[in-house]
Write a protein that binds this ligand. Structure first.
Ligand code: F6R
Length: 242
């Protein structure tokens, strides 16, 4: 079930997403948080950091699971999702490194997928932050991925590669062509609450597909139509087709 909140702009989207995470932290200081990377969550993370600094919200007892990681980038590559999380959140709050989990792209990728599912096994994710790709992907579950997929190796759609070239000197050749991602099935089974954020007109088709389209693997985010608690926080441009 979707609750849709339409906001003026990215700032308002970030404020509202932050408020849901802050409330969750207040309610349960040892929450399990599901985290995403990319442009969408940056404002939310900035607000969490600010709240930690100003109000002392502590992450000592928090456990996190990230959605995905590129295959083929060393973990210390500036565009790896390990580095993204370190630079944009983890190094700026008091979270314990051993409580943070990101799929590993080092070594045997198939084994790493199984290992990530195993790591997740004892947990439920109290609140899961999601962005959405312009092709409707969540995590890196690209169109055509079965809704019950678990953590798996995903070849990235050419559209995703194009979209993400902005992080790689606008050069599609530098963008990794595959990733390890939590599956749609993993997200659906593990997340008790989902907060999906999206801004910009390039997300309008994906948001329409997620909310109004058929529940169909061609729009991976439409799997969320079957989830009991999804809050979609989007700006007017992303809501343009609703
Ligand atoms: C990132 C992720 C992706 C992004 C999506 C949108 O961990 O799983 O699904 O959320 O590609 O990216 P941005 O926010 O950069 O538009």
């Amino acid at each position: 079930m979707f609750t849709i909140i339409i906001c003026r702009d990215y700032e308002e989207v970030s404020n509202k997403a932050f408020a849901l995470f802050r409330d969750q932290m207040k309610k349960k200081p040892n929450s399990v948080l599901g985290l995403a990377t990319g442009s969408s969550p940056l404002g939310t993370y900035q607000r969490l950091i600010e709240d930690h600094r100003l109000n002392g919200t502590s992450y000592r007892d928090v456990v996190t699971f990230n959605l995905d990681e590129y295959i083929g980038l060393p973990e210390d590559h500036p565009q790896s999702y390990h580095m993204f999380m370190e630079n944009n959140l983890f190094s700026k709050i008091d979270i314990r490194k051993e409580n943070t989990h990101i799929p590993s792209s080092i070594g045997d990728a198939e084994e790493n997928c199984k290992a990530y599912e195993k790591l997740l096994e004892p947990y439920d994710i109290d609140i899961q932050l999601l962005g959405i790709g312009s092709d409707g992907h969540i995590g890196f579950n690209e169109p055509g991925t079965p809704f019950d997929a678990l953590t798996h190796i995903q070849v990235l759609d050419s559209r995703t590669v194009r979209d993400n070239a902005r992080f790689f000197d606008n050069d599609v050749n530098k963008v990794p062509k595959s990733a390890i991602t939590m599956g749609s099935g993993t997200i659906m089974n593990k997340a008790k609450k989902i907060v999906l954020i999206a801004t910009g007109a390039n997300k309008a088709d994906a948001i329409w597909g997620m909310v109004k389209g058929d529940r169909d693997i061609n729009c991976p985010a439409s799997v969320l139509q079957g989830h009991p608690d999804v809050v979609a926080i989007i700006d007017r441009a992303a809501a343009g087709r609703l």
